[in-house]
Write a protein that binds this ligand. Structure first.
Ligand SMILES: [Zn+2]
Length: 495
């Protein structure tokens, strides 16, 4: 007797369907798993054996063959435990096998028959919705990830015994209350930005970055508040749309973290010693994908490995990372906003009025030179931060993050009408739309001539000025906005 069930495996963040076939045949007793299983799938037989004993349906003394199809798809992890156990029970006629038609089965078993959560349950639910599969048997602990997915019949269970009772009609399945939509998250509560003392330039830069989606670089000595300011950026970014929140949650679910969709923009802050694989991804999504639709904060950015920064550049261009070798490749979403931070020089005190810097010019240049040109080109905002003075440290925090959030939301709305974030505005946009007034052009050409700016640098100024105008609800960009924008170009001064 052969039974067939459907389960899924993860390829990147995408769930692919796997048919689990179990055959009980006469012959020497034993279990054989075929279909390119990795070692974790092989181990699952031991767990299945114990779990079956716990429901008093021990593995029959037959030749058991488990086939995972398609055979050329790599299967990983203990996620097939439940499907294999139910396959054995179905083949042994312990429940009517047709009761699992249209169903997908996911879950890891413990030795006593309990069900443990697995990765990628949300990704599975999304794939099912696309394919029109209806019913999902899943571990109770994974329920929160998928409870809001419409059109699915969810069977969350705590153990194999519980599921078997339902399938045999011995006990009634409790109804699952399906949540309709994601709750809006951002409230009017004050944020962390309200705790920041001083740093008016830093706050303005955050507001501009949040409004226009601009990538941002802080340059400043140790202890000037680069990290604190960076961590405030996600709270200024407007709530994610439902589709975006689901994309973010699917990455987390594939990582085995909570896959419950949230409206808040995520923040990832990897350490500078991180490997390129952990940053960009491998078999699992990397930090750049954890920052998808949110903020990637790289402190000490000049200390990151060269190949890491190179991979970062590709992700910033396309919004995706592709990793792996010829036979196995994974593609992960990575549309993040970069916030990078570095010292002005190796010792950290170049430009400090009180502490002298002992770094020779060549070393200073080499230090900032580690930020390659193509990445630098994408950093619209380059902000010089100074260490707060003694008096400033004791001042009361100023400003109101709620007002900042309102201004950002307004600026985003104006960009939506224009069709893209200001960080993606092209040169042609400014040439064709007449959004820069005559005074603005005069100022720009004059400033660019005096400071020998490249065309690309002028573009950056225009984009930042456009965001400043949006924040102030002004229709066109003038010399005021451009005059403010030139303060966000501190790298010029270092070269
Ligand atoms: Zn120095």
């Amino acid at each position: 007797m052969v039974s067939q069930l459907v389960s899924t495996t993860l390829v990147g963040v995408e769930a692919r369907f796997v048919r689990v076939e179990v055959d009980l045949a006469t012959g020497l007793p034993g279990v054989h798993v075929v279909g390119l299983p990795d070692t974790a799938v092989g181990e699952s037989i031991h767990r299945v054996r114990s779990a079956l004993r716990s429901v008093e349906k021990p593995l029959p003394p037959r030749r058991v063959t488990v086939n995972l199809a398609p055979g050329d798809l790599r299967k990983e992890g203990p996620r097939f435990d439940l499907a294999i156990a139910l396959g054995v029970l179905g083949a042994g006629q312990h429940f009517p096998p047709e009761s699992l038609e249209d169903s997908v089965v996911l879950g890891e078993l413990s030795l006593d028959g309990g069900l443990r959560p697995v990765r990628g349950v949300l990704n599975t639910a999304l794939a099912m919705r696309e394919k029109g599969l209806r019913r999902l048997l899943l571990p109770q602990e994974n329920l929160a990830e998928v409870i809001w997915v419409e059109g699915l019949e969810l069977w969350p269970a705590a153990s194999l015994g519980q599921l078997l009772g339902w399938l045999r009609g011995e006990s009634r399945r409790p109804p699952v209350a399906v949540a309709r939509a994601l709750a809006p998250l951002k409230t009017d509560a004050p944020g962390r930005l309200d705790e920041v003392v001083g740093q008016p330039m830093g706050r303005l830069a955050l507001e501009v970055a949040a409004a226009g989606g601009h990538h941002l670089l802080w340059v400043g000595p140790p202890g000037c508040g680069k990290t604190l300011l960076s961590r405030c950026l996600p709270e200024l970014i407007p709530d994610l749309a439902e589709g975006e929140a689901v994309e973010v949650a699917a990455v987390r679910s594939a990582l085995g973290q909570s896959g419950v969709p949230e409206r808040a923009a995520p923040l990832a802050e990897p350490h500078c010693r991180i490997s390129a694989t952990a940053l960009l991804g491998g078999q699992l999504p990397g930090e750049v994908s954890r920052a998808h639709r949110g903020v990637l904060f790289l402190d000490e950015v000049t200390e990151f490995a060269r190949d890491s920064l190179e991979g970062l550049r590709t992700a910033m261009e396309s919004g995706w990372v592709e990793v792996g070798r010829a036979r196995q490749r994974w593609r992960y979403p990575a549309r993040f906003q970069l916030v990078a931070a570095c010292n002005p020089c190796p010792c950290g005190f170049f430009g400090d009025p009180l502490r002298p810097c002992g770094c020779p010019l060549a070393r200073r240049k080499a230090y900032l030179g580690k930020l390659s040109g193509p990445i630098r080109d994408r950093l619209d905002l380059q902000v010089l931060l100074a260490r707060p003075g003694a008096r400033e440290c004791w001042a009361l925090p100023q400003g109101d993050s709620r007002l900042s959030r309102q201004r950002v939301a307004g600026a985003r709305l104006r960009q939506k009408e224009r069709g893209c974030l200001n960080r993606d505005l092209s040169r042609a946009f400014f040439q064709e739309t007449g959004e820069v007034d005559a005074d603005g052009w005069d100022f720009l050409f004059d400033y660019a001539t005096r400071n020998q700016l490249s065309a690309r640098a002028m573009e950056k100024l225009l984009r930042v000025a456009r965001t400043l105008a949006d924040l102030g609800d002004r229709p066109s960009v003038g010399d005021d906005e451009l005059g403010q924008a030139v303060h966000f170009r501190c790298l010029d001064r270092f070269e």
